[in-house]
Design a protein around this ligand. Structure first.
Ligand SMILES: [Zn+2]
Length: 150
């Protein structure tokens, strides 16, 4: 007769993570959840296999120019600036930043006659205004930009 052996399963406690700002889950906002909501509401879940993440914190915050979000089409990576993961940032503003980057993946760029690439085309701007808090978000950005700069 075979002996029944009890297998011990060890539940190792995961070490407490130091304040890591990589990945989707920030201290205040979860980008993955926001992405899925936006994808459903505005894009019919058309965006597939995207990686959404907080960017790394830099030692020196920017002085005059602030990039809230970026998208790398080839690798399908959308990166959001970690300074947006703060309590005073309204979630609808962060959603707007994410929506803007997502929109880049569906609205094609235009090459102008000068040879320059236009990414914020008329069509892009038109579709951007479809975001539910577009005007509120633009206003908030104008009024709060200084808080992100050094
Ligand atoms: Zn853009």
């Amino acid at each position: 007769m075979a002996k029944k052996t009890k297998r011990k399963v060890g539940h190792r406690k995961l070490p407490v993570q130091p304040e890591l700002n990589l990945g989707q889950e920030g201290k205040h906002f979860d980008l993955g959840v926001m992405f899925n909501q936006l994808n459903r509401r505005y894009f019919r879940n058309r965006l597939r296999n995207y990686k959404i993440e907080w960017g790394r914190r830099r030692k020196h915050p920017p002085k005059d120019h602030f990039v809230f979000g970026t998208i790398q089409e080839q690798d399908r990576v959308i990166r959001i600036h970690p300074l947006l993961d703060q309590a005073f940032v309204p979630s609808w503003y962060l959603r707007y930043v994410l929506y803007h980057e997502m929109l880049h993946s569906v609205v094609p760029d235009r090459i102008l006659r000068s040879g320059r690439r236009q990414v914020h085309t008329k069509e892009f701007n038109r579709r951007e205004r479809a975001f539910h808090s577009y005007y509120r978000a633009r206003r908030w950005e104008e009024q709060n930009l200084a808080r992100f700069l050094q």
